[in-house]
Design a protein around this ligand. Structure first.
Ligand SMILES: Cc1cc2nc3c(=O)[nH]c(=O)nc-3n(C[C@H](O)[C@H](O)[C@H](O)COP(=O)(O)O)c2cc1C
Length: 200
């Protein structure tokens, strides 16, 4: 899976969106509770209303952070710069993706460390399904920095929250390889820090 942030505004057939949603619903959830709701958003005014906050959060937090942080593992300054440009592009064109799937979850008893763990498997399933169908998307959560405002703009009722927005469309470019650091730097055997010799 690779983030695909440059999307064509061309419409996406409903039967493809159906397949993506079915993949989402096939995901695991704690206790098989399935407290998810998937809001398919095509409404231009609602998407634009959310984009305004998505951009605000970029200008206030994300942009400055990208500008001052080092490239992540497996990246380099040039590649990181291209990532930043793509993030900025999606920020400006977020609402132009023809379809959004907004992954929502009913509020649970536990707002702690596992909050979200019953919705993100569905999100990843949908991202993989989109990719398999030749569609581009990216897991986005930045809108949650203004969660009250954006959830109201999307008409999400009390008792539910949006956890991710997947802007979906046909990709402008190709799906390249992902950039990650060496696996050996993040895997241990038995004791924290001890190398796992099973890695080639
Ligand atoms: C929890 C989470 C939140 C994310 N939120 C955003 C977002 O709001 N906007 C965005 O452009 N990308 C977002 N991403 C995508 C990451 O930036 C992306 O996975 C990362 O840059 C690696 O990209 P790659 O998979 O193409 O290598 C998010 C990813 C995760 C896991």
């Amino acid at each position: 899976m690779r983030a695909m942030r440059r999307l064509k505004p061309d419409p996406v057939p409903d039967e493809l969106i159906h397949k993506i949603l079915a993949a989402g619903q096939a995901a695991a959830s704690g206790g098989n509770t399935q407290r998810w709701r998937f809001l398919v958003l095509k409404d231009a005014a609602k998407k634009k209303a959310v984009q305004v906050y998505y951009k605000k959060a970029f200008d206030e937090v994300v942009g400055p952070r990208y500008a001052s942080s080092p490239p992540p593992p497996g990246s380099d300054p040039a590649r990181y710069k291209r990532q930043h440009a793509a993030v900025e592009y999606l920020t400006d064109h977020y609402h132009e993706a023809p379809v959004w799937i907004v992954a929502c979850l009913e509020d649970g008893a536990n707002p702690g460390r596992t909050a979200g763990s019953s919705i993100y498997p569905a999100v990843q399933n949908m991202l993989l399904a989109a990719r398999a169908l030749g569609l581009g998307s990216t897991l986005t959560t930045r809108h949650t920095q203004y969660e009250k405002e954006v959830d109201a703009a999307m008409g999400i009722p009390p008792g539910y929250h949006s956890y991710a927005i997947l802007p979906i469309g046909y990709p402008m470019g190709r799906f390249g390889p992902v950039g990650r650091g060496p696996l050996s730097e993040v895997v241990y055997l038995d004791n924290w820090g001890k190398p796992y010799p099973g890695l080639k």
